[in-house]
Ligand binder design. Sequence first.
Ligand SMILES: NC(=O)c1ccc[n+]([C@@H]2O[C@H](COP(=O)([O-])OP(=O)(O)OC[C@H]3O[C@@H](n4cnc5c(N)ncnc54)[C@H](O)[C@@H]3O)[C@@H](O)[C@H]2O)c1
Length: 329
Amino acid sequence: MSKVIITGACGFIGSCLTRRLLAEGCRVVGIDNLSRRGTQLNADELEALDGFDLRRLDIADAEAVYAAFEAEGQVDAVFHLAGQVAVTSSYENAQRDFASNAAGSFHVIEAVKRFTPSAWCFYSSTNKVYGHLRVHVPVGLTYPLDPYTPYGVSKAVGELYFSEYGRSEIGLTTCCLRQSCIYGHNQYGVEDQGWVAWFAIANLFDKPVTIYGDGNQVRDLLFIDDLLDLYLECWRRRLTGVYPIGGGSANSISLAGGLELIAKITGREFGQVASEPTRPGDQPYFVADLSWSEHAGLDWEPKTGVRDGLTQMIAWIKENETAIRRAIG
Ligand SMILES: NC(=O)c1ccc[n+]([C@@H]2O[C@H](COP(=O)([O-])OP(=O)(O)OC[C@H]3O[C@@H](n4cnc5c(N)ncnc54)[C@H](O)[C@@H]3O)[C@@H](O)[C@H]2O)c1
């Protein structure tokens, strides 16, 4: 039985990954400070499952992170997903953003070095490390790191530490994915983060939405189950390196197109749609060039088209209306 540590285990991606790994027979130790709204619901559900233990702690606290890793000893894989996730909040409180994403990620990879050096270590980076991105072509392996926004910088710092600790002098096995827009079930999207889920929730619960910019910003959407398939494939192959990831060209859509498609699927018009100027750091276009996955020998491609993924996400929102209303306030 494999034993895995997941930081951010009670968040959107982390809780889905935890359920998936438990279903595959792994033992999962989750680390989370439950700071994100909705995470207490995930924590309650996960703690009822066999094979899961939660360590409630803040990764900004180095000693707490080291103690948690030391207590577990050698594990098979570490998925580092915990962090501050919104660009807006990174401007409001850059100190906190730095503590969670830059210092917190350093504590996690340093803990791996000290207590479980042979684990395969994954870091969830972001397309925000590319900065303004004025190109309108898919972003491949050679596009330079040029972070913009405090969030982009703090995530890039974490990524650089994971990469550095993966070099031969330190010798860990590390892999970073610069994730674009991930969406799906169990996502408590809010205006500041998780726009696809937020639009669907707003449509179904008659909440006003605001479009920042002209709505023509393009994103490639990757459905959560496809992302988890990729995580497991990368772990199976002990893949190392840094890669851009999203749904690719076939699954790209504009914000305005996303609104339209959600309304079509639910059969409900949006109530109030307001317009505001573009927010800082909002890339006009991001689509990942996925050709690296074949070159890296991975048996993976996104299987869930945008319409299908949105339909599944909308069904989950309808089935969980009470919990979602409680989670997002
Ligand atoms: N969802 C996306 O589209 C997306 C895109 C790019 C990158 N990412 C990255 O993937 C990771 C997971 O994203 P998500 O969408 O699941 O976000 P999420 O907010 O749902 O999950 C993050 C989790 O980390 C926890 N957390 C936050 N700060 C912490 C701290 N200091 N100590 C301990 N726990 C802390 C939160 O409580 C939450 O459970 C994040 O690192 C994020 O930057 C996500």
